[in-house]
Design a protein around this ligand. Structure first.
Ligand code: HAM
Length: 441
């Protein structure tokens, strides 16, 4: 039986058109990261499974990780996320380097998930993390960077929002106010997550069934309905008067982002708790506002103790992961993507007669030296065939040379966009390159 031509379920082949899109997305990510002075890094595709067992959480380990025993009997995993790798790398060098450390990467990751819109099994995920920043300044910068990346694609606050919560605030609600155990806390996490999709009476009944105390249930419902940082402050003042010390960073984060003119992008959201175990304080997700894909495009948060799994002293970090799969859906839905269907070629150079072959190759070489993108139409061809080729490829210019042109030392450079024809000298390639380069500016 013949083998399937299709890639493994949930993975993709990247043909040139898809590659152009991917390169476009990655180059924007890299460009903005560099502007924020983040440095690129990378790590291995395989890690020991224990690295994820330590802090990544049950869902990732039980349901999603691709793991196997290698030939040396070691339990290894294909990286399902980058944070444990970056923490491991930072643990090696953090004592010797000045802080904060600002790093970014765009690794491919694998998770055994049900492939669906916005979620695949192999995907690339932009990661940016800052380690060792003082207080809330790293949090502000990371969210500022996340917004800047989204804006670099032309997106604005009508297209996306950054939903923010804090694990400290969630713990304060569950431990200090509701005073419930870990098992029930988990169930309530899940319930808050579903709140937007269920009728409020059903939500109340389910909350009551878990909490088993009507006053506490009421408080929980009040928490789940908080809609802004002002609401959060009011809620705490009504319950406790004093803002607890561990919640102040959340408030400072909102103030800091507001001072940077980013208020319209950020919103407090009680349902953001995040599935990964290592987050300790601020957690956030970038959400698509398009009605067809109301889902997270990115997720991140602050982790104070991740280096401790390597026996290192704590070094607080904060970062986020932004997947190119949901980002592409987002950009498509909001019409923010350029057209990648055509390769960008400046000029096709062709010959109607083999006597012109040598000069065509020489001219092409000189044009390429000037960073002009040249496609040589290889082999002698009739005009009709060359035009049918340029109709498909749509280069900006075409230069077709025949034996007469070689005798006269001139040729016709055609601008296929505005239909202009330039008579050019073949002895002076500069006059050809100038026309092409001027047309780009
Ligand atoms: P995460 O929430 O698991 O966080 O993933 C972050 C983003 O990766 C998601 O919002 C989505 O864009 C993308 N993503 C996740 N799973 C898939 C999938 N199956 N297919 C396509 N895209 C996907 C983390 O991974 C954290 N390690 C992020 C982080 C970095 N936290 C701190 N630093």
């Amino acid at each position: 039986m013949a083998l399937s031509k299709l890639p493994y379920r949930g993975t993709r082949d990247f043909f040139p058109e898809q590659m152009r899109l991917r390169n476009f997305i990655f180059s924007k990510m890299a460009e903005v990261s560099e502007i924020f002075s983040y440095e690129p890094y990378d790590g291995p595709l395989l890690e020991e499974l224990d690295l994820y067992r330590a802090k990544s959480g049950e869902e990732l380990i039980n349901d999603q990780v691709y793991n196997f025993i290698d030939r040396g009997e070691r339990e290894v995993a294909i990286r399902p996320e980058m944070t444990p790798t970056v923490a491991r790398m930072v643990a090696q060098i953090h004592r010797e380097v000045s802080k904060p450390l600002r790093w970014y990467a765009i690794p491919n990751l694998m998770r055994y998930e049900k492939p669906q819109k916005g979620r695949l099994r192999e995907f690339w995920q932009y990661n940016a993390d800052i380690f060792g920043a003082p207080e809330i300044l790293g949090d502000i910068e990371i969210i500022q960077l996340a917004i800047a990346i989204m804006k670099s694609f032309g997106a604005n606050n009508h297209h996306f929002e950054v939903l923010i919560n804090s694990r400290h605030f969630v713990n304060y609600i569950f431990e200090n106010i509701l005073k419930i155990d870990a098992e029930r806390t988990k169930k309530l996490y899940k319930l808050v997550d579903k709140r937007a999709k269920m009728p409020s009476d059903k939500f109340s009944t389910q909350a009551q069934a878990i909490i088993l105390d009507s006053e506490k249930s009421r408080q929980f419902e009040e928490y789940a309905a908080l809609n802004s940082i002002e609401d959060v402050i009011k809620f705490i003042r009504n319950t406790d008067n004093e803002i607890p010390k561990q919640i102040q960073p959340l408030i400072n984060l909102f103030n800091g982002l507001e001072d940077l003119g980013l208020k319209q992008y950020i919103k407090f959201d009680p349902s953001i708790v995040r599935g990964l175990d290592y987050y300790t304080d601020v957690v956030f997700e970038i959400f698509d506002k398009h009605p067809d894909n109301l889902r997270a495009i990115a997720g991140g948060g602050a982790y104070a103790n991740l280096l401790s799994i390597f026996g290192e002293t704590p070094l607080p970090g904060i970062g986020f992961g932004l997947g190119e799969v949901p980002l592409t859906e987002f950009l498509k839905s909001h019409n923010l993507l350029p057209d990648f269907s055509k390769q960008k070629i400046d000029i096709v150079v062709a010959y109607l007669d083999t006597s012109a072959e040598k000069i065509v190759l020489e001219i092409s070489q000189e044009l390429r030296n000037q960073k002009i993108k040249v496609e040589v139409f290889l082999g002698e061809a009739k005009q009709k065939k060359i035009f049918s080729h340029t109709d498909k490829k749509q280069p900006h210019f075409v230069l077709m040379l025949g034996s007469d042109d070689i005798t006269n030392g001139t040729g016709q450079l055609r601008n296929l966009k505005n239909k202009e024809i330039h008579n050019v000298s073949l002895n002076n390639v500069d006059n050809i390159s100038k026309i092409i380069l001027n047309s780009k500016t």
